[in-house]
Design a protein around this ligand. Structure first.
Ligand SMILES: [Zn+2]
Length: 457
């Protein structure tokens, strides 16, 4: 693989999926800054003017409603709050004026311009905590169930990552080796989700799909974001940004500077995931969301991809916010709301259990992030990290985000090419279940184990 960083394509830089950490700030004057941080093997910050703004929001973010947090007064003790801030959500630190933790209350800055703060009163002790308002139910609040129906009454939403189909090339989740079938993550995740749905239903769960086709949830399309994309690029020092042509050249080293690339990303990542969040939060009301993905390492030219030996597994829960993210008013609000909902306690325990079952079934080692700049290892399994992804932050319930299998590993690729089949086949010299069944079976077993052990009486 080409190690020249300036020539790396997005898929090489974004080996671990999701969130190019792009954020830009809105004000009465429009967008003031944009920065893109490519995580993983290195971090490069592109275009980062230090400008102040009245409303300081993430990409396509909306103004936070701090008053909602009044419902969480006296639901948490000082010790619990301080622990979640320092060990889960703000592991990379934060500017001193953003959050102040006193003995009886925390002061959280709502807007830097106005110096307004939200005051969160702590519960004096563990026995006098007010009830936490939330729509989802932790395992312990579900009544006991028959041994063969450990998920009875549980509402699980399945969120197959990406779109696949005709969008796979645009979302850079497409590669093809010679004349073999193209590998498109969005189609693989949908296939696994459908298999998983039938397994979970057999265990008693009510299964909801966040996406159950290759059509986007958002009604917007890249064309709707051209003007916004143009403004972003201009504000970042490109007075005459390139349009980018009718079809984007995946190997164009400067494609990120085109209106086309920016507007497509605004569509398939930011608009799409934000609409999925609206669906989850306002309509589906699940007790748990499972985000299903396949991982990849940099594959270079999608038409002539690099296959590697490395294959691994990890799971993600929300946390580990970067200082720049905490500076954004909406992300800081969403972080505090998530912390107060105590989704972490539930999602971490589920993730650890599912990870152990997936590790056993797949035989995959735990992925080790090459830097600790964006993630924090949490839990006891060794496979779970906290990371601030859009989906794990915005879905208002426990979210477990699965990243098994490197699609462009030699083993992963061969197993994907083998397709789905019953029983065991020899693939790459090893006796293997179908990769799709192995994924779906192990997640279902993990949930069955967790809920069997943790439901109420
Ligand atoms: Zn993915």
């Amino acid at each position: 693989m080409d190690n020249d960083k300036t020539r790396m394509t997005k898929s090489e830089l974004m080996t671990n999926d999701e969130i190019g950490r792009m954020a830009f700030r809105h004000s009465g004057f429009g967008i003031l800054s944009l920065f893109v941080i490519w995580t993983l093997s290195f971090v490069s910050v592109v275009l980062l003017p230090a400008l102040q703004a009245a409303d300081n929001l993430g990409v396509l973010g909306s103004k936070p409603k701090w008053v909602v947090l009044e419902n969480y007064q006296r639901t948490i003790t000082r010790d619990e709050f301080a622990h979640l801030i320092s060990d889960v959500y703000c592991t990379h630190g934060f500017a001193a004026d953003l959050i102040k933790i006193d003995n009886d209350a925390a002061q959280i800055l709502t807007n830097r311009e106005s110096h307004n703060v939200f005051t969160l009163q702590f519960a004096p002790d563990a026995n006098s905590k007010a009830r936490i308002p939330r729509l989802w139910r932790p395992a312990k609040s579900l009544p006991a169930a028959k041994p063969n129906k450990p998920l009875a009454g549980l509402r699980v939403a399945l969120d197959p990552g990406h779109l696949g189909g005709r969008w796979a090339k645009m979302e850079e989740r497409w590669f093809q080796v010679g004349e073999t079938k193209p590998v498109t993550e969005g189609d693989l995740t949908l296939r696994v989700s459908r298999m998983l749905a039938s397994r979970l239903r057999k265990l008693g769960a009510t299964v909801l799909f966040v996406r159950n086709s290759t059509q986007p949830i958002t009604s917007k399309r890249p064309g709707d974001f051209k003007e916004l994309a143009r403004k972003i690029l201009i504000k970042n020092g490109l007075p005459q940004p390139r349009v980018g042509g009718d079809v984007l050249d995946p190997n164009d080293s400067e494609k990120q500077q085109t209106i086309r690339w920016q507007s497509e990303m605004l569509f398939y990542r930011y608009s799409e995931i934000r609409r999925r969040a609206v669906l989850v939060n306002n309509k589906l009301h699940p007790d748990l969301v499972l985000c299903l993905h396949f991982n990849a390492e940099g594959w270079g030219d999608p038409a002539n991809p690099t296959l590697i030996d490395n294959n691994h597994l990890h799971l993600l829960v929300n946390g580990s916010y970067l200082q720049d993210e905490l500076d954004l008013d909406d992300e800081r609000f969403e972080m505090i709301r998530r912390l107060l909902s105590r989704a972490y306690d539930e999602e971490l325990a589920i993730a650890d259990t599912v990870a152990a079952l997936m590790a056993k079934a797949t035989g995959l080692p735990a992925y080790q992030y090459p830097t600790t700049l964006t993630t924090t290892k949490v839990g006891s399994s060794g496979y779970v990290y906290a990371r601030n992804l859009l989906a794990t932050r915005l879905y208002r319930c426990p979210v477990v985000y699965c990243e098994p299998y490197v699609m462009n590993s030699k083993d992963g690729f061969a197993r994907i090419q083998a397709g789905d089949y019953e029983g065991i086949k020899e693939i790459n010299g090893a006796a293997r279940k179908s990769i799709f069944r192995e994924y779906a079976d192990s997640v279902a077993e993990g949930l069955a184990e967790y809920y069997s052990k943790n439901r109420g009486l």
